[in-house]
Write a protein that binds this ligand. Sequence first.
Ligand code: AMP
Length: 487
Amino acid sequence: MQEYPKHYCGVFGVYGQPNAAELTYYGLYALQHRGQESAGIVTCDKGKFHKHHGMGLVPQIFTAQTLHRDLIGSIAVGHTRYSTTGSSQLINAQPLTVDCKRGQIAVAHNGNLTNAAQLRDELESRGLVFQTTVDSEIILMMLAQPVLGGVTNNLVQTVRRIEGAFSLVIMTEKELIGVRDPHGFRPLSIGRTAEGWVLSSETCAFDVVGARFVRDVEPGEIVVIDECGLTSIQAFPDHQRRAFCIFEYVYFARPDSTIAGRNVYQARVEMGRQLAREHPVEADLVVPVPDSGNCAALGYSLESGIPFEMAFVRNHYVGRSFIQPSQLARESDVKMKLNLIRELVEDKRVIVVDDSIVRGTTSRVRVQNLKQAGARSVHVMVSCPPHMHPCVYGIDFPDRNKLMAVTHTLDEIRQYLHADSVHYLSHDGLVRAIGRPREAFCMACYDGRYPVPYDRTLNKAIMERRRQDTRTLGELLDQERRQASLL
Ligand code: AMP
């Protein structure tokens, strides 16, 4: 049974800049951490769309010639994508485009729709044909539907029908549009350049393209940017529960980004300080697992007064280990990625800090490294609570039965990691470190309270039903012939 691919991504858009593609390229480069599987840019030049996408990293996909000669125009949208295995095909690379009665439209989407299967079923039964397996195509198809009232109106209707997590950057022949779901699961910010506007998943990309941060797109807001400037539409008059993904602050976003007025680096340092307050341990050294544990380890060291050392040295040329398909491949990658400076840890009581334990592979190898290098004791500190539930809004966590904290007690985790102790940051401590009320966040991966209901069985049922009619055209003709001969 194949489900819709989960994908978290980076989106970027430019309006009113002659070199829109180049700016988008640098924007996507700054958002590379949000997706390393494929990337694409679509530009609009005097009403004509130009598209280029490919598999791999941003600098591998676009050449200077592609950017300057092929992708001409002053409006652009870009996307960088990360997905689970099985869906890593070029056909699923975004931005997705359509040429319909209302003109050309391009969509770049970050997040996961929770009612994708139902909507797709509905659209297919009306005769629409899909080219990809990504839920984002549903948005494109809905936008392309001919209804009365123009693009914006159709957009409002689409935004009200789709459910789950979506930060969208949309391009029409004349506009750049930004949309955020009413819960605000994923980030999206607005910036200004010398001549125009930019939209970006994270503010770190503004610095790279020389844009000035204006504000975040509000949850439920649609911003339409055209030659008249920026128009804001609130698509959801009734207030909806806010549910910003707290894991963006813990791990996913870049530390040099600011989300909802809170800088990610500072939030992570505070998580480390909070961890030190909740779990004081006697030790000689605080060591981060680079890069994910850097800020929290610094915070732990500052709060506890225990010296901080970068004892693990990172090989920057090894990709992410998290999505390697086999456990062996994952373990080898984890080993190659970091090397330990033995002289720093030998005979020392070490606190090792990472942002999260998911399957436990990373932490286990790090404890082993430290012990083999002669550390006297190793205490594992995690700057978020235990992961207990899968994410249905776009973060790639494995099934519940592969989450270490689900299948093991705290002491079993300690034994598995061969650590002397293991400590997690509390739910309240995490929220306090970010400095916003708990109701502002989605913490479903920790507490199982899913802000938008997600009926897995229903989704599966619809997907299975769709696959029932798999007869070839030849078989169908044959059947018709046989039926005709019976008449
Ligand atoms: P694991 O080895 O499975 O326990 O994974 C934990 C490591 O993966 C931590 O160092 C995290 O920084 C990182 N990580 C956690 N969640 C994710 C995710 N959804 N995608 C990629 N990396 C992640």
